[in-house]
Design a binder for this molecule. Structure first.
Ligand code: PMP
Ligand code: GLN
Length: 382
C-alpha cells in the first residue's frame, strides 16, 4: 500500500508523552490538565451514566446542548445567537470538527492558507482532501501575522484561511485589528475562514478573546470551532463543536454524519447540565493566569528564557543557555525529558519544514504542586 501521508509520523504530542512515561518525567508536554473537570460536571456524568439515555444522539448534537451553546455565544460575545437548529454541529472534539470542515470544503487543487507554527492536525486533513497548504510564517518574537505575506499567499484558488486564537503553541491572541486586517483581505473573495478557538476561555492580563463570530463580515464565511475538552479540563471526553451559517453547517453535517454520525450521548447530557452556568467557565482566565504567573516565577534561575504568553495554556521558552552547542529543539526536548525528568514539546514539528527557532513549549495547565515539582527538577538541571 502506498501511504497517502508518507511523511507523517506519530504526533509529537503522543511521542513526548510516551517518552515522559518511559523516563518517569513530569509531563508538561502534551496539552492536558492533570486535575479533574469541575465536580458538577463529573457528578452529572455519573447521573447520566446511570440514566436511560444510552443510544445514538441526534446527528448534529443534542438539541438542548446546541441551544445552550447558542445562548452562551450570544452572552459572552454580545452577538446574535447562532440558530441552534441549523448553525451548530456537535463533533467528537475540535479535531473532528476541523477535519469535517476541511473535508467538506476543500477540493483537489484548492489552496488553504495556514499560519505557522500550526497545530499538527491541519495539514494532514487538508492534504487528504487533495488541497495544498500554503504556509505563512508568523513573525517572531510576538508571532503576529505579517499581513503583506498573508496577502501574497492568497490566490483565486484559496478556499480557506485557517486561524487559531488563542494560539497553540505560542499563546498569541488576536486583537480586533487583526480580524479587521483579515476581513479586508478576504472582502470580495470566495475564500472561507476556519477559526480554531478551542482556548477561547484562556486569555490573560485583561485581554479579551475576540471571536470570528464578533466580526459581522467574517462571520458570514466562518466556521468557528471550540472544544469542551479545553473548557472543562476534559480532553479525554472528546466533545467539541462547529458554528457556521446554515448553508456552511449543512456541508459540515454531510461529512460529520459519515465520520462519527453522532457524539456520545451521556457526555453531551452532562455538559448540557453545566453549560448554562456561566460560573462553569468564567473563572478560567484568572485561574489559568495564576498558573502562568506561578510557572513564570518558579522558572526564574532555570536558564530558560520565557516568551510572553497572552493566552492558551502554553508557554514558549528559549533554552540556548542550557544548550550552548546550539542543540536542535527536538534533541533538547528529548534530553530534557531524560536528564531533567521534565517533558516539553519542541516547536519545530509545528512547521511543515521543521523550522527550528530554538524553542520548546511548556503546558502550565497543571496543579500548582506539579508546576513546583517540575521547576525544582529544572533548577537542578540548570
Ligand atoms: N486545536 C488546537 C489548537 C488544539 O490545541 C487542540 C487540542 N490539542 C485541538 C484543536 C483539538 O481539540 P480536541 O481535543 O477537542 O479534539
Ligand atoms: N492539543 C494538545 C497539544 O497541543 C494535544 C492533542 C493531541 O495529543 N492530539 O498538546
Amino acid at each position: 500500500l502506498t501511504s497517502k501521508l508518507p511523511d507523517v509520523g506519530t504526533s509529537i504530542f503522543a511521542v513526548m508523552t510516551q517518552l515522559a512515561t518511559e523516563h518517569g518525567a513530569i509531563n508538561l508536554a502534551q496539552g492536558f490538565p492533570d486535575f479533574n473537570p469541575p465536580a458538577a460536571l463529573t457528578d452529572a456524568l455519573v447521573r447520566h451514566a446511570q440514566g436511560s439515555q444510552h443510544q445514538y444522539a441526534p446527528m448534529p448534537g443534542l438539541p438542548r446542548l446546541r441551544e445552550l451553546i447558542a445562548e452562551k455565544i450570544a452572552r459572552i460575545y454580545g452577538v446574535a445567537a447562532p440558530d441552534a437548529g441549523t448553525d451548530i454541529t456537535v463533533c467528537s472534539g475540535a479535531t473532528e470538527a476541523l477535519f469535517a470542515v476541511i473535508t467538506a470544503v476543500v477540493r483537489p487543487g484548492d489552496e488553504v492558507v495556514v499560519l505557522e507554527p500550526a497545530y499538527d492536525s491541519y495539514a494532514p486533513a487538508i492534504r487528504l482532501a487533495g488541497g495544498r497548504p500554503v504556509y505563512v510564517p508568523l513573525r517572531l518574537p510576538d508571532f503576529r501575522p505579517d499581513w503583506d505575506q498573508v496577502r501574497a499567499a492568497l490566490s483565486p484558488r484559496t478556499r480557506l484561511v485557517m486561524v487559531n486564537t488563542p494560539h497553540n503553541p505560542t499563546g498569541a491572541v488576536w486583537t480586533a485589528a487583526d480580524w479587521q486586517q483579515l476581513a479586508e483581505l478576504l472582502r470580495g473573495t470566495e475564500t472561507l475562514l476556519l477559526s480554531d478557538e478551542v482556548y477561547e476561555h484562556m486569555t490573560f492580563d485583561g485581554r479579551p478573546h475576540r471571536s470570528a463570530l464578533q466580526h459581522a463580515e467574517l462571520r458570514e464565511r466562518a466556521f468557528v470551532v471550540s472544544s469542551f475538552g479545553k473548557t472543562y479540563h476534559a480532553t479525554g471526553w472528546k466533545v467539541g463543536y462547529c458554528v457556521a451559517p446554515a448553508a456552511l453547517s449543512a456541508e459540515v453535517r454531510r461529512v460529520h454524519q459519515f465520520v462519527t454520525f453522532a457524539v456520545s450521548t451521556p457526555f453531551q447530557l452532562a455538559i448540557a447540565d453545566v453549560l448554562g452556568d456561566a460560573g462553569s467557565y468564567d473563572y478560567l482566565p484568572a485561574f489559568m493566569q495564576q498558573k502562568r504567573d506561578l510557572f513564570g516565577q518558579l522558572m526564574q534561575g532555570t536558564g530558560f528564557e520565557l516568551l510572553p504568553s497572552e493566552g492558551s495554556y502554553f508557554q514558549l521558552a528559549r533554552y540556548q543557555q542550557l544548550a550552548p552547542g546550539g542543540e536542535a529543539d527536538v534533541a533538547f526536548a528529548r534530553r530534557l525529558t531524560r536528564e531533567a525528568g521534565v517533558a516539553v514539546v519542541p516547536v519545530s514539528p509545528f512547521y511543515h519544514d521543521g523550522t527550528d527557532h530554538g524553542l520548546v513549549r511548556f503546558c502550565f495547565a497543571k496543579q500548582d504542586d506539579t508546576l513546583r515539582a517540575a521547576a525544582e527538577r529544572l533548577q537542578q538541571f540548570a
